[in-house]
Write a protein that binds this ligand. Structure first.
Ligand SMILES: C[S@@+](CC[C@H](N)C(=O)[O-])C[C@H]1O[C@@H](n2cnc3c(N)ncnc32)[C@H](O)[C@@H]1O
Length: 400
């Protein structure tokens, strides 16, 4: 098949000469689907990073393919790539029954986290057709026996195929009976804070050590004390417009008062803690991962601050207006895919600089070995170190 894979772009995700918008696993999965010749309406694609699988199948005449992508960036890339190639006829879904109902072939790019794989495998066994075949693929160097074991909890037959072009497919069939309740989300208690996590959310329902350090430094941990910088938030006005409670979404009315943003919110630990400590504050939690967004919504609801926190599925807060926030809380990612790559953190520093009002504060926690202070000073404004241990550093940057 002659699909122009090289025309696909990763945008708005990080682009670089050594980063492509497709890989050999995409090609293997597409080849397998073409060989099986199943009706497009019975094919589901999960984890299609930039749309290569969905678009190659659509281009080959498979109509009605359903796709789930976790990342807002991947969803935008798929839309843009489809538009660029003039392709339509597929539909995007969350990881739910509408995605999988009646599916007979599920093509899966294996996720890194076993918990995400477990949630996905359970969803396929739960909602797809009884004769569904799940074909999971990955780069050989990232694949483990544990992935087969996880698939084996939801499927009676799991067979690894011969590796090709450094990728391998694993074929799972014969779905097992599912438990009455899905295994995710999971819930855990931490010193008065309840965390709820779907499989793909960073750190699961655990409180990440870096997050814990930031909460302690800000006085937002179990003690619920607040630092001087944050007591101003106590006088924040209540949200006015229920459709845009924070009044900062691009195109909305300007915010009548200060707000706090949890940028890259994961399960929403920072947003929920901030909201609990500042009952009158208006808080936005935003993440590019759908699993994180669903988790943060459940976390804020579980802590009784669901009305106070708006959770948004977005890339680097792109839907938030310039200069609209007073405080940004950030525990940035430092892994991109499987390689250490600081581009992802830089993107969030730039976003924080754009979202903050002049004089607004960015609190960042990061691994001390990363030394982000100079970059934060350059991109955001004067940056002081407010905590440092051999493991973690917390900085406060004032937007210039
Ligand atoms: C280290 S985790 C921190 C999660 C949470 N704030 C915490 O402290 O537990 C980083 C989070 O940033 C999110 N992220 C990475 N790049 C992003 C981007 N461009 N836009 C929005 N979120 C992003 C990831 O999905 C992940 O949930």
């Amino acid at each position: 098949m002659d699909f122009p894979y090289s025309r696909l772009r990763r945008w708005p995700d990080v682009e670089a000469d050594n980063l492509q918008a497709h890989d050999a696993t995409d090609l293997l999965l597409v080849e397998r689907a073409l060989a099986l010749g199943i009706d497009g309406r019975e094919i589901v694609v999960i984890g299609d990073e930039y749309g290569a699988i969905t678009l190659a199948l659509t281009s080959a005449g498979f109509d009605g393919v359903r796709v789930h992508q976790d990342l807002a960036t991947g969803r935008r890339a798929l839309e843009r790539n489809a538009e660029e190639l003039g392709l339509a006829g597929f539909s995007s879904h969350e990881l739910d029954a509408t995605l999988l109902d009646g599916a007979r072939l599920v093509l899966l790019q294996l996720p890194k986290a076993l918990a995400e794989l477990e949630e996905t495998a359970d969803a396929a066994a739960r909602w797809a057709a009884p004769d569904v075949v799940l074909v999971a693929g990955g780069r050989v160097k990232h694949m483990t026996i544990a992935q087969n074991e996880v698939l084996g909890r939801s499927f009676a037959e799991v067979q690894a195929q011969r590796a090709e072009r450094k990728s391998r497919l694993v074929v799972a069939s014969a779905p097992r009976p599912v438990p009455s309740e899905p295994p995710f989300p999971v819930v855990a208690q931490h010193d008065g804070l309840t965390l709820v996590a779907h499989g793909g959310a960073f750190a699961g329902a655990k409180l990440d050590i870096g997050t814990r350090v930031l909460l302690e430094v800000l006085g937002l941990d179990g003690s619920r004390l607040s630092m001087g910088a944050h007591t101003r938030a106590e006088s924040m006005p209540e949200a006015a417009d229920p459709a845009d409670p924070c009044g900062v979404v691009n195109g909305g009315e300007p915010s009548p008062g200060p707000i706090a943003v949890d940028l890259g919110c994961g399960t929403g630990a920072l947003a929920a803690s901030y909201a609990l400590a500042h009952p009158h504050a208006r808080v936005i939690a935003t993440d590019r991962s759908a699993a994180a967004v669903a988790s943060a919504r459940a976390t804020t609801a579980a802590n009784g601050v669901g009305d106070q926190v708006t959770v948004m599925h977005d890339d680097a807060g792109s839907e938030l207006a310039d200069a609209s926030a007073n405080i940004v809380l950030l525990n940035p990612p430092f892994h991109l895919g499987s390689s250490v790559h600081t581009g992802a953190a830089t993107r969030l520093f730039e976003a924080a600089a754009r979202i903050l009002r002049p004089g607004g504060e960015l609190f960042t926690v990061y691994n001390s070995s990363l030394g982000y202070r100079a970059e934060l000073t350059r991109l955001v404004g004067p940056t002081e170190q407010v905590h440092r241990s051999p493991k973690f550093t917390v900085t406060r940057s004032i937007r210039r």
